[in-house]
Structure formats: C-alpha cells, structure tokens
Design a binder for this molecule. Structure first.
Ligand code: BES
Ligand code: ZN
Ligand code: ZN
Length: 502
C-alpha cells in the first residue's frame, strides 16, 4: 500500500480549497467555532443537520454535506467524537479511521481536517496530531498485493491538518511526524503478516531486514545455520529442523545516541514464518492464521526502522530469531532434548510450544549486550487469547520501572497491556524428569508458564515480556484496525521508545 501523505498547514476553514473538509463534533454540544463559520457560509445546513437529529455527534457517526460552491471546500464531512468529557486520544484515532474510509468511498483523492475544538484531558497537541495521522493512515489500510484486479475504490492520497494559528504549527508538525513514522511501521507489520508463508520465508525476512538496514543505515548481522551451530543455539536449530527453509538469526543495530557506550534497549521478536505445530500438529481450522506467527519479529523490525526515521536519540538493537515450524522427516519429536545457548537443557514435550524455544536462544544472546532494558514480544500462547480476549496484551516482567513505562506507553498508544503474575511457584509445572526443564507447563496458567520459561534466560536484565497472541489477529474490521493481521504492539513499542527520549 502506498502510504498517504500527511501535511500540516495554517489556514481558515472558510477559505481552504478541499475536496472534503472534515470537522469533528461532540455530542450534545453546539457547533464549534470552525463549524459556525462554515455553517454561516453555507446557509445554515450544518445547523439543520444537527437539529434534524440525523447526526448527533455520537462517537464515529458521520454526516456528509455538499457546499454547492458557497465555500472553497466542496464537501463537509462531520465526524462525531461522542460526549465532550469522554473524548480520548484513541477516540480521535477512531474518528479519523472512519472519516478516511468515507473519503475513500466517495472517491475523493485527498481531504483536509480541522484540529478538533476539544483536547482530550491530559494530552498535548503533539499527541492529538499524532493520533489523527495514525488513525487516518491505519484506517485506510488495504492489502491487495495478491489481487489481480486493482483495488476499488483507490487509496486516498493525502491528508492536510489545518492549524488556525502559527503557534500551533510546531507541535502539530511534530505530532504528524511521529504519527506518520509510527503508522508506517504498523503498516509494514500488517503487510509482512499478510504475506503468505510460501512468500515470506525466513530467507525473505532476512532480505527484508537487509533492505531496511540499507535504507536506514542500520548495522545488520545475520547468523546462518552453521553460525548457530558454532554458538550452540540448539533450541532455535531444533525448531527449524523439520523445515526445508533454513533458519536465520537477525541482529539490527541503531546508534542514535550521542553518548558513547550507552547501554542499549534490546527488542526481541518471535519470528515463526509459519507455525504448523510441528510433529505436535495443530488442527486444520484457522491454521492459516499461523502465517502471522512472525508478528513479534515484524514489530521489532518495524520499530527499529521507525526509531531511525524519527532519529530518536537512543541506542537500540532488534533481534529476530527466524524459523518455520514444520513436521518434516528430520523434525524434533516429543521427548527430544535440546541444549540452549545458555547451556540449559530443555525436554521438548510439545513441538508446538516452539516460540519459547527460539526465544530462549534469542534472549540469552540479547543479555550479552547488557541491555538497559530488554523487551520481547511474541504471539506466544493460545492461553493468552483465552485469558485476555482481543483487547489487552499480556505483560510480564522483572523490573517495576520498566513495566510502568511500558504500561504508560500502552495507554498513550491505545495498545494496552495487562500485567500477569510471574511467580516462581509456577515453575513446578515446568519440571522435567530428564532435562533442566520442559517446554510445556501442563494444565492451567499457560500464558504464565510460557513467560516463566522465558524468564530463565534473561539473567538479571530489566526485562518485559509481551504476549500478543490475543491482539495480533482481528476477527473483524474496526475503526482503524482491519480484519486479519492488526499490527498491534508496534505502536506500543515505538511509543515506549519515544517516551524514553522525552
Ligand atoms: N503460535 C502459537 C500461539 C498462538 C495461538 C498464537 C493462537 C496466536 C493465536 C504457539 O506457538 C503455540 O502453538 N502455543 C501452544 C503452546 C502449548 C502447546 C503449550 C498453545 O498455546 O496452544
Ligand atoms: Zn506453536
Ligand atoms: Zn507459534
């Protein structure tokens, strides 16, 4: 998808030539100052619309009117924000998502949007502008790569954010800059997750990472199978054994910090390009969703690209352990024992619990950088879906400050996390009769035992684990989230990185 261009400009709603001028409206309020000015120019049509109750300003409600050459803008699109006291930054994202879809539906190539009259409690103009850019770009997302007919209707090409006074220009421009880079990252993740596994193989993920590294001048190192053997990454190699596709271990580095020797933030993402379950084969129903079992990896790749594009002043490393989980003739079998990079041995009682295996090697590798913060993100457990449904990411961690920063980034980005217990008591479920531990925790607390398994490989690093199995695939289309791969987690990670630099 070609990403919409978003620009900021100063001007008045009454003199702005636009195919569509978007104005927001809160339920139960009078027309905003902007809307009054427009209304006067077009003979009271907006007031009529409100009085008729055809449009009341309920959250995400839309009303479109033509201005019949009485105004520079051809049409006015009213978008409801709901009750004024409840307007949140996420409501603005949603409103822009709905607005852009209507703009596309009427085949307009571009639109202008006036800054809303309300600023959500506790948020700045930068955040407002960021959310508006994100909502519009993400709301217009389409994945059409494999369709033979061009998409109809065509993508919306541009959005202009209209700022009434010059003093608003700086914060709005900064917000738009952040919003565009963040949304572009989520779009990359959605695209990578949408590509089927016959196209997006581990080798293709490595190629994609190389291309991004080149574009953004990042350092990249890719370990091949023989390198992993030398290092002793028995867990990752074990998972990859059943597939004809060779595994990859990708390390990207961005040095944006001016300080020499600043300890890095290290992001690790589970990158299983397809999860059949291996010999512990998954049932056929919905197995196609497992092409998105590389969401975590795509997210840490997209996040480092965003950090570079935003020139964030920090030292960042993204690590992607990449493999395909297949039941081939050489595949791991239940009961097999693998030796991980850390030296710990694991009895593989279920080959479908492969995420924690590849992550154990990646996390052990990550600790070598002595990270200031270590965050892994993974579509790790079905138990996460059962526990949290679609609206919360499962969070675990060893460091209170890091957890709190991630939680806040979740609130700001609208990709919220919910903390789960990482109590040592649960480890009894991971005991093995033959090895240091086993890779499944038996009945109960599946999300927790998976996280606890990972915790054994992070040493004493400040660490947070995010289980995104709940949120990575949306069952239905929402305001700015399509049906299918959602990219959720990307904006959370980038917001965390931005917040670290503020
Ligand atoms: N990739 C799956 C987890 C998953 C499930 C992600 C549903 C998204 C939606 C993971 O590798 C897996 O299969 N986990 C097993 C672990 C079990 C065997 C202990 C699971 O959750 O069933
Ligand atoms: Zn699995
Ligand atoms: Zn998996």
């Amino acid at each position: 998808m070609k990403i919409m261009r978003v620009e900021t400009k100063t001007g008045r709603v009454t003199s702005e030539a636009a195919e569509v001028l978007v104005l927001t409206h809160c339920e139960g309020e009078g027309l905003s100052q902007d809307a009054v000015a427009v209304d006067q120019a077009i003979g009271g049509v907006l007031r009529d619309v409100l009085q008729s109750k055809e449009f009341e300003g309920k959250a995400n409600e839309l009303a479109l009117v033509h201005t019949q050459k009485q105004l520079a803008a051809k049409r006015i699109l009213l978008v409801g924000l709901g009750k004024k006291k409840d307007v949140s930054v996420d409501q603005l994202r949603q409103a822009m998502g709905h607005a852009v879809k209507r703009v596309r539906q009427i085949k307009a190539a571009a639109f202008t949007v006036a800054l809303p009259a309300v600023t959500p409690a506790g948020s700045s103009l930068v955040e407002v502008a960021q959310a508006m850019a994100e909502g519009a770009i993400l709301g217009s997302y389409q994945f059409t790569t494999y369709r033979s007919e061009p998409s109809a209707p065509k993508d919306v090409k541009g959005m202009s954010v209209l700022v009434p006074h010059k003093d608003g220009l700086r914060p709005v421009t900064e917000g738009v800059r952040r919003g565009v880079a963040t949304a572009e990252a989520a779009v990359l993740v959605r695209d990578l997750c949408n590509h089927p596994s016959n196209v997006l193989t581990p080798t293709m993920v490595a190629n994609e990472a190389k291309a991004i590294a080149k574009e953004e001048s990042l350092t990249i190192k890719i370990l091949e199978e023989r390198d992993m053997e030398k290092l002793g990454m028995g867990a990752l190699l074990g998972v990859a054994r059943g597939s004809h596709e060779p595994p990859k271990f990708i390390i990207l580095e961005y040095k944006g910090s001016k300080k020499k020797n600043e300890r890095p933030v290290v992001l690790v993402g589970k990158t299983i390009t397809f999860d059949t379950g291996g010999i512990s084969l998954k049932p056929a129903e919905n197995m196609e969703h497992m092409k998105a079992d590389m969401t975590g990896g795509a997210e840490v790749l997209a996040s480092i690209r965003a950090a570079a594009r935003l020139k964030l002043p920090l030292h960042l490393i993204s690590i992607l352990p990449v493999a395909e989980n297949m039941p081939g003739g050489r595949a791991m079998k239940p009961g097999d024992v693998v030796k991980t990079l850390s030296g710990k041995t694991v009895e593989v009682q279920n080959t479908d619990a492969e995420g924690r295996l590849i992550l154990s090697d990646a996390l052990a590798y990550a600790t070598r950088y002595k990270p200031a913060a270590l965050i892994d993100i993974a579509t790790l457990t079905g138990a996460c879906v059962v526990a949290l449904g679609q609206f919360a990411i499962g969070m675990f961690g060893t460091d209170a400050t890091l957890k709190e920063t991630v939680r806040k980034a979740g609130l700001r980005s609208g990709e919220r996390v919910w903390e789960m217990p990482l109590w040592e008591e649960y480890f009894e479920q991971l005991r093995s009769d033959v090895a240091d531990m086993r890779n499944i925790g038996g009945r109960g607390g599946g999300m927790i035992t998976a996280a606890l398994f990972l915790s054994k490989f992070v040493g004493d690093c400040p660490w947070v684990h995010l289980d995104i199995a709940s949120t990575d695939w949306s069952e239905r289309e929402r305001a700015y989230i399509p049906k299918g791969p959602s990219g959720i987690g990307t904006r959370l990670l980038i917001q965390y990185l931005i917040d670290r630099t503020l």
